[in-house]
Design a protein around this ligand. Sequence first.
Ligand code: ASP
Ligand code: MG
Length: 445
Amino acid sequence: MSQLTVAKFGGTSVVDAYAMHRCATILEQNPDTRLAVLSASSGVTNILVALASGENQPSARATLLQQLTDIQQGILNSLDKPETLTRHIEDILIHIKELADSAAISPTKALHDEIVAQGELMSTRLFVELLRHRGTPAVWFDVRKVMRTDDRFSRATPDMATLQAEVEKELKPLFDNQLVVTQGFIGAAQDGRTTTLGRGGSDFSAALLAEALEATAVQIWTDVAGIYTTDPRLVSGARPLSEISFSEASEMATFGAKVLHPATLQPAVRKQIPVFVGSSKEPQAGGTWIRNSTESQPLFRALALRRNQVLLTLTNQSMFQVHGFLAEVFGILAKHKISVDLITTSVISVSLTLDSGAESLTDEVRAELDKHCHLQVEEGLALVALIGNRMNEVNGIGTQVFKALAEVNVRMICYGASSHNLCFLIPEDNAEQVLNDLHAELLPE
Ligand code: ASP
Ligand code: MG
């Protein structure tokens, strides 16, 4: 099979012309890379989200627009202000101003996505110009031609069958002797209106495009040299991992590691496409390969932390030897599209944590649950996930882990369902200390 790599560059990788040149070098050094998927320059999406909210005065809007203009002009200046592109970017900035003025009068979800998508549309235009300046043939491609989605604005779901068909027709023919540059994060509904896939969604876009193209690798270029044993900002001994399996990396992404958008690995797993995560600031430092199977399968590989957890405990005295209580509770949660993360049960109660945190627990949901059981809600908790291999087959794991937690009130433990993780809830205030203690104990150098 011929080699085909899809490379994704995150916001910090394309923050200015200097950073973009580093990305260009990475691409030029790997002729297998045919498609580059870009985020908006760092900071741009946040500004656009603020403009799209409609909740600002004209003077605040002017300030935001000025910040946006400065970021784009900075890159244009480094490119000696090419005439056509400069005019094009200025037109987009005027368009954003008009859309933001409309949003201030009447913000809509569709308008929100149209505004927010402009960041990726601009970064990709600028990057194509920069590549051409360097003598690298490149073409700009509007991903909305192929990334067709439903119309759930801000968190649209792409339609894989259409993506597959359109990629064949629209994208593949462009691959001859040039690099194709396109946008992450954005798509289009069936009626053509712009949609977005959720914050941080560019990783997911790149993986979906790789799946549709049957690529042989996906590279995620960011500002850290791969996936670490744990968050290096919290634990000084954290080290980069050279490899990790799809199963372990999915657990990490789901349970709080910020390196990858949690959905990113699904397309890669479906087509068994290896994913590389590295830093565009120091590509020579290497990075992490995420693959189906890894050379090593250590018992403990990594630790992830997710803050801001709520624990619900639902108690029903008559649950004892009665069937259907759990079905009722889960029915209510499902009706409100609330997804459950961890769960433990006793004879008369069930405790669970919610994926989406406290916000999803609206008064309506509480009232409905109240009809069936006594409801207790605890906040201020953090979830720690220990990730590894064959964890449910080895003796003495509990002793090893909980020795490091002797001084902590562990509120809930989930173990056994997966061979790749052991999760527990602790008071948020203890989180950093626990992470450091566990790392020292279980993942020493
Ligand atoms: N620009 C978008 C965001 O900031 C998408 C991404 O960077 O992945 O969320
Ligand atoms: Mg990102």
